[in-house]
Design a protein around this ligand. Structure first.
Ligand code: AMP
Ligand code: MG
Length: 344
């Protein structure tokens, strides 16, 4: 299959992409979070192609993307007031809600769950494509399963060339990490994945918010989880990622004691001088936490090479978007953290 490259601003892009989607094809689309691998979310054959292109396990459910909040009524029932409040405040934007699912949604989309995840993305061209296709689009991140998500069209092309019908190039993604996921089907709202909408912002609307264990720790392979996708290894380069916590000097001293040829360092721009000679890559500025979210996946992709053995990674502390950065880096590392101050 030849993969078409469609610039987001070009005449005919929306119509071409929508036509492919209506025919049951797969198109990678830009969103403010990461690139999505989109297909007609109500067509099981089309949805199957997403799983095949990604090599994604079929028990990992997909998110349905809608062009406006009203479209959720067609795919969900018993929508709680909290969901309407969250949509009014954060949509279009990087927030996904898990809600009770209607029969029209194929079991393949939800991985056999009786709930479905829905989101309204911010990207104007992608919303125009959803409207023109006339159906909600199922769209997981446009990367090969297990690999870092794609935040630029070049990343998508690298992973998906020849495997999907088209890529809409909308430039680099603004947020850089996948959407926040909140489950509204239990007794209390539960954060399943942190993202561009922060836990603090969610609490302003919801009052309370339970943070699922999978956000901050490794989930056992045989564990019963709210969403099966939570237990899979994710975002992982070929080398082993090890998070080094502690102050800048202590962390650099720890890495220098262990560093061997074939290792690499993933750090903040401010810390680059501390790692001279240790093959450092910066993913953003510690003082600008949004830049860390934006740059993380591109940096992990750069470091995804067979000749790199151990990647010593620096991880930001604090609230807001750093929840999401810690979660993704944690998953890439299998949540392996060493405290530089205590370690020999
Ligand atoms: P991705 O689209 O790859 O960024 O990941 C989608 C993720 O959304 C899945 O891996 C699940 O963790 C979550 N998800 C999707 N549908 C549901 C659902 N019905 N209930 C809980 N989580 C879901
Ligand atoms: Mg993904």
């Amino acid at each position: 299959m030849r993969t078409l490259l469609l610039p987001a601003g070009a005449a005919g892009t929306v119509e071409t992409a929508a036509e492919i989607l209506k025919q049951g094809g797969v198109v990678a689309v830009p969103t403010e979070t990461v690139y999505g691998l989109a297909a007609d979310g109500l067509n099981p054959e089309a949805v199957l192609k997403i799983f095949e292109a990604k090599g994604r396990p079929q028990d990992n459910p997909l998110i349905l993307h809608v062009a406006e909040a009203e479209a959720v009524e067609a795919v969900c029932h018993d929508i709680p007031a909290a969901a309407r409040e969250l949509a009014a405040r954060f949509w279009p934007g990087p927030l996904t809600m898990v809600l009770p699912c209607r029969e029209v949604v194929p079991r393949r989309t939800t991985a056999n769950l009786d709930t479905v995840a829905v989101r309204c993305p911010r990207n104007a061209v992608t919303r125009a494509i959803i409207r023109a296709a006339g159906v909600p689009l199922a769209a997981p991140s446009a990367n090969r399963s297990g690999k870092p998500s794609t935040t630029a069209a070049a990343h998508v092309l690298h992973d998906m060339d020849g495997r999907i019908d088209a890529i809409v190039d909308g430039g680099p993604c603004q947020v850089g990490v996948e959407s926040t996921i909140v489950d509204l089907t239990g007794d209390r709202p539960r954060l399943l994945r942190p993202g561009g909408v922060t836990p603090e912002q969610l609490r302003e609307v919801l009052g309370e918010l339970v943070v699922d264990r999978a956000v901050t720790a490794q989930v056992a392979r045989d564990a019963v989880v709210r969403a099966p996708g939570m237990k899979y290894r994710h975002y992982a380069p070929q080398g082993q990622v090890l998070i080094v916590s502690g102050g800048p000097e202590a962390a650099a001293a720890y890495v220098r004691r262990r560093f061997a040829p074939g290792d690499a360092v993933l750090c903040f721009e401010e810390e680059l001088p501390l790692y001279a000679g240790c093959n450092p890559t910066a993913y953003g500025r510690e003082a600008d936490t949004e830049s860390l979210a934006r740059g993380l996946f591109a940096a992990l992709r750069d470091l995804d090479r067979a000749d790199i053995r151990t990647i010593y990674a620096r991880c930001p502390q604090g609230g807001g978007i750093t929840w999401a950065v810690r979660n993704r880096l944690g998953k890439a590392a299998g949540f392996r953290v060493v405290g530089a101050e205590e370690a020999p």
